[in-house]
Design a protein around this ligand. Structure first.
Ligand SMILES: NC(=O)c1ccc[n+]([C@@H]2O[C@H](COP(=O)([O-])OP(=O)(O)OC[C@H]3O[C@@H](n4cnc5c(N)ncnc54)[C@H](OP(=O)(O)O)[C@@H]3O)[C@@H](O)[C@H]2O)c1
Length: 279
């Protein structure tokens, strides 16, 4: 296969698995992230590793120039780089929250924008954006992340409508809870004394998150399911608007979006996450 796929967030977790599965599916695959040293096992599989900071315009331009000169024009872009700051709105530093939008949303938009001209000219392309069930339903203490993933969903759906005329198809992929480095900052931070009045409710929330992530069957098998959903979005003649994987993600999205009224699912989710007094 001659098609070229670029995956951001390729140095860890889900992005690394996506790069591996795209390579196995026969794509010329590039994994991009800031930590090149974390991509040596991908390189051994024939994946090309390129340095990229999605929050830095010059880094994006350097990365694209390197890919174009060493591999070729990009047919498939998988935007997977992401960060997940958590905490009460009052307590998450503005800088941290804005940084999440720079990585999860603005970086994704910039990179996408720079890949569209070639896809439009050749009348074929795939933009696959990794969102989350958190882009559909919300949780307390996750407002910056929820906001950024809702933004990713809105952007992707609008882009899909806009670019269909050129054969460029955008899809959303929503992973469920999967062990990776994503939650390390949350789990490594001590809650006590940090958030004053929020300590009890935020402490309960972090405990629930710990349980959810310890139940996830481990990074590998679940992130492979996500990666295979990405391969489907890349190869299907008519890719779906959204893919949810593994089953836990599909169940969450189905129950909260289609089965329950929005306010009820919102309240139940808040209670499940340890917030007892949701309106
Ligand atoms: N794990 C889950 O439970 C879960 C659930 C739903 C959705 N997701 C989404 O899945 C995606 C991947 O998450 P993951 O769980 O695999 O997390 P992860 O293990 O923490 O990986 C995050 C990746 O993003 C990259 N990244 C972060 N900041 C970057 C920047 N400024 N420029 C370029 N790359 C950057 C990191 O690479 P460098 O640090 O080397 O740059 C790393 O490769 C994220 O979009 C996340 O929101 C994850």
């Amino acid at each position: 296969m001659n098609k070229v796929a670029l995956v951001t967030g390729g140095s860890s977790g889900i992005g690394a698995m996506i790069a591996e599965e795209l390579r196995k599916a026969g794509f010329k695959t590039i994994a991009a992230a800031r930590r090149l040293e974390k991509m040596s096992s991908l390189k051994a599989l024939g994946v090309v590793a390129v340095e990229l900071d999605v929050t830095d315009e010059e880094s994006i331009d350097r990365c694209l120039a390197e890919v174009r000169s060493s591999v070729g024009e990009i047919d498939i872009l998988v935007n997977c780089a992401g960060v997940a700051p958590m905490g009460p709105v009052e307590c998450v530093p503005e800088k941290t929250g804005r940084r999440a939008f720079e990585v999860n949303y603005f970086g994704l938009v910039s990179l996408t924008k720079k890949c569209l001209p070639y896809m439009r000219r050749q009348r074929w392309g795939r933009i696959i954006n990794v969102s989350s069930p958190a882009g559909v339903v919300t949780q307390p203490f996750n407002s910056w992340y929820n906001g950024s993933k809702h933004a990713v969903e809105g952007f992707t759906k609008s882009l899909r409508q806009e670019m269909a005329q050129f054969g460029v198809v955008s899809s959303i992929v929503r992973p469920g809870a999967i062990k990776s480095e994503l939650m390390d900052p949350v789990f490594n931070e001590s809650v006590a004394g940090l958030y004053d009045e929020y300590d009890a409710s935020y402490g309960r929330y972090v405990d629930v998150q710990r349980q959810i992530f310890s139940r996830s069957s481990g990074g590998e098998s679940d992130s492979r399911k996500v990666a295979l959903a990405v391969v489907k979005a890349a190869t299907a003649e008519r890719p779906k608007l959204s893919y949810n994987a593994p089953l836990s993600a599909a169940a969450t999205v189905f129950v909260c979006r289609f089965l329950l009224p929005e306010n009820l699912s919102n309240r139940l989710f808040a209670r499940y996450m340890g917030c007892k007094d949701s309106p």
